[in-house]
Design a protein around this ligand. Structure first.
Ligand code: HEC
Length: 184
């Protein structure tokens, strides 16, 4: 076959393919297929009317015990990666910029021997409960204004709960989560 002839044949072939593509595109325009968001048939259920209303309402803030009950320690381990720039999570781990966090749940606040805590944190007193840790991770400066922990805070409640679930695993005798009854 001559090169010129081959080109003509190829062009004709391409042309017809293009034509079919255009035809499909055009028929889609004209007949505007009404594809449902969820594939399948919409079966009448009593719930369909109620669902959008529920979704539109702002999600009420869930109490910590509820968030902890559905927390995922594996996700928490991922989310806690940002902490590892300053904290060790290992048993007997050395202090970095911040103290080692093994067994921090239930431990007296500012109690790692040899770590130079800020006066602000030392003045707080008491033990680290899940509630206190939740507030701390949300906004360290809000709890101890003079803290040395330069962390802006994790604003998402479920992420904090996941991190707390991960902190729970860093212990020889993990502290149980508070229940809703005990939290009140
Ligand atoms: C930029 C460094 C930095 C990051 C990031 C950081 N921290 Fe800290 N953290 C510190 C420092 C410094 C202290 C000591 C604070 C003080 O003395 O005021 C501290 C203290 C703490 C304490 C108190 C420990 C005790 O012994 O009382 C907890 C709990 C804690 N951090 C948890 C976390 C968690 C969880 C994250 C991640 C979500 C995190 N921190 C991220 C630097 C950091």
């Amino acid at each position: 076959m001559h090169a010129a002839e081959f080109n003509k044949t190829a062009l004709a072939g391409l042309g017809s393919i293009l034509f079919v593509i255009l035809l499909i595109a055009f028929s889609n325009l004209v007949f505007a297929p009404n594809r449902p968001a969820v594939p399948g048939y919409a079966l009448p259920t009593g719930e369909t009317a109620a669902a959008p209303a529920a979704a539109a309402a702002p999600a009420p803030e869930e109490p910590l015990p509820v968030l902890l009950a559905k927390a995922d320690a594996k996700k928490g381990a991922q989310d806690a990666k940002v902490c590892t720039t300053c904290h060790n999570f290992d048993k007997g781990g050395a202090a970095k910029v911040g103290p080692d966090l093994w067994g921090v749940v239930g431990r007296p606040i500012a109690s790692v021997a040899g770590f130079a805590y800020s006066d602000s944190l030392k003045a707080m007193g008491g033990d680290w409960t899940y509630e206190k840790l939740d507030h701390w991770i949300a906004n360290p400066k809000g709890m101890a204004s003079g803290t040395k922990m330069a962390f802006p805070g994790e604003k998402e409640p479920q992420k904090r709960a996941d991190i707390l679930a991960y902190l729970q695993t860093l212990s020889d005798s993990p502290v149980p989560f508070p229940t809703q009854a005990s939290a009140k």
